[in-house]
Design a protein around this ligand. Sequence first.
Ligand SMILES: O=C(O)CCC(=O)C(=O)O
Ligand SMILES: [Fe+2]
Length: 324
Amino acid sequence: MSSSTIDCSPYRSELLALASALPGVPRADLDAFFEGGIRLAQQLPQPLRDGLAEFNANGNVDGYLLLRGLPVEPDDELPPTPSEGAAAEDRPLLNMEAMLNIVGGALGLLTAYDQGYGNRRSITVLHELFPTPEPHPLSGSTSKTQLQYHTDLSHHVRQPNYILLSASRGDHEGKAATLVCSIRKALPLLAPEVRDYLFDLVFECQFDTEHPDAYAYVKALYGDKDDPYLTYNRSLMNAKTEQDVTALDALLAALEEVVEPVVLTRGDLLIIDNFRIAHGRAPFTARWDGKDRWLHRAYVRTDRNGQLVGGDRAGEIVPFLTRR
Ligand SMILES: O=C(O)CCC(=O)C(=O)O
Ligand SMILES: [Fe+2]
């Protein structure tokens, strides 16, 4: 396993004990659920706490941390993978939802976003990702097509630090890789002129294809020039000149050169550094047989880079604020 992966199978019974200390029906009282996640995060096994704290402090070169071997239910004890709609309010807690909540609580605040015009899913902290028959082409509900490289909520001032994806089920054929492209790996491959050109260059970002006149203003590379943050979302970033196009092409080529496919299987939890990687997902074949790929997702904010404003709490809905 790479240093970006932690094998959690030795902690199975401790993790199950933590999960059982959470409310059994999370959506009946989400505040209690998120408070429980923060409290129980203090009791995570020490090596896991240390790994999360280290990643939270410095990130890593790969831009992700993968927890493997978490205590997912046996497949026949899980409900069928949904193919539409939101989770029922009375659905009993799933182990991989519990892991999402506790690991999120160790990192920061689980957050719901008003995404503005682009709201494609209900405004909630706990998202579900599964293939749907007629998905929005830029959404995680796609399966037949590759989900193009992107930064989640890059148009939003309080862009989440982390995207947490935990898997109750992987896809049947093991093809639905989450595609992770780290700017820390790609930066050395970029010509100095391209780096200089893109650094702090502002792009109009058309964040919703259904409202082409609504813009946010984003930068592809910004922050520390030697260790920059990345925003990438080609279908929404408006390249105005030939030079813009050439520079974004070069950035994409560098990102593609370092892409790492991470195939999530049951019991995996992937933590994506949403400021340092662009991510996508490889195409796969859904069967609609109740056993399709089923991920749980949450966004986490920390105090890095101004996402917290003071008085913040887990579970709150962040109002829609475009980057200007
Ligand atoms: O399905 C995945 O692995 C990633 C999905 C995703 O990036 C998204 O929904 O924004
Ligand atoms: Fe995403």
